[in-house]
Design a protein around this ligand. Sequence first.
Ligand SMILES: Nc1ncnc2c1ncn2[C@@H]1O[C@H](COP(=O)(O)OP(=O)(O)OP(=O)(O)O)[C@@H](O)[C@H]1O
Ligand SMILES: [Mg+2]
Length: 312
Amino acid sequence: MQPTLNAAVSVTELGVDFGNFKAVNQVSFSVAPGEIFGFLGANGAGKTTTIRVLCGLLIPTRGTVTVAGIPYLSEESADRIKEKVGYMSQKFTLYNDLTVAENLNFTASLRKLERTYYLKRKKELFDFITFDKPESTMVKDLPGGMKQQVSLAASMLHNPEIIFLDEPTAGVTSAAREKFWSLIKSLAKNGKTIFVTSHYMDEVEQCDRIALMRSGELIALDSPKGLKESTFPHPLYELTPKRKIPYSEIEALRSPDYFDSFQAYGLRFHASPRTAQSWNEFLMRYSEDFDSQIIQPTLEDVFIRLVEGQNR
Ligand SMILES: Nc1ncnc2c1ncn2[C@@H]1O[C@H](COP(=O)(O)OP(=O)(O)OP(=O)(O)O)[C@@H](O)[C@H]1O
Ligand SMILES: [Mg+2]
C-alpha cells in the first residue's frame, strides 16, 4: 500500500517492537483531514503505542509514517511533526499542584509561543471550552470534566492540525463526556483532524470511521454502520430464556450448528444464525425455551464478536 496523498495521517505496514514483543504489527491506514477517527481495542492492543509514533515521540521499528504531510524519517522530522500535532495523553493531563494559568504558561513556554499570540490563543480557547472559573484556580480543584477540557485547550495552544486524544473522557461524568464530544465535533467541523481512543461505545459511535486493534494488529476499519453490516451480514436476534437453561445446553448452542456467534448479555443472548435454515432448525427445537426478536447490532456487539468473542 502506498502512502495516501493529502491524508492527515498515513501509515503503511507500521511495526513497533519492544525487545522481542511486537506491540504493533503490520498496521496500515490513513486518516483524512477533518475526519474524526476512532481507535478501539482491548487493553494492551497497541493504541497508545501507535499514537506515540504518530506524535513523533517514538521511532517506529518498521513501516512508513507520514503525519501532516511530513514523512517520519528522523529526529528532525519528528520535531516538525510535533509542531503540527496536539496530544492529550492517556495518563497525564495537567499538573494538579499548579493553577490553570500556570499550566498553560508552562505549555506555551515549552512550545516557545510568542507572548501576544499565546494570550490571544488562550482567550480563544477559553471561549471555546466556555471556561468560566478564575485562571488562578488550582487544577486539583477543578471538576474532572473541566480539567479534561482545559487539558484539551492546552494541547491546542499552538493551533495544531491534528489532535490526538488518548481516552480523553475516562472517568468523567456523562454530562462532561457529552460536552467534550460536542467540542470534538466542532473542531472537526472547522477542519481539525481528530484521532481519538475511547472505551465508551456511545462515544466511538460518533466517529466517522473506527479502526479496531487486536494484539497489535488492525483487524477492521470502517464507519460504525459499515462495521455493523460487515460483522453481522445476517440478522441478529436477542434471545430471552423462558426457563433456566442449564450451562451444558448453552454450550451446545455455542457450537456452530445453529449460530455464527452466540454471546451472553446479562440474562439474555445475542445470536446470529448461520443460515435461514439453521434458524428454522433452532426454532423447531427451542421455541418453547426462548422468546426471540430481531435487533440492530450495536458497536458493542461488533466489539465483542471481533475482539473478545473471536467468532464464538
Ligand atoms: N515502553 C514499553 N516497553 C515494553 N512494552 C511496552 C512499552 N509500551 C507499551 N508496551 C506494551 O505494548 C503493548 C501495547 O501497549 P499500549 O499502551 O499501546 O496499549 P493500549 O492499546 O493503549 O492499551 P490501553 O487500552 O490499556 O491503554 C502492551 O502489552 C504494553 O504492555
Ligand atoms: Mg492506551
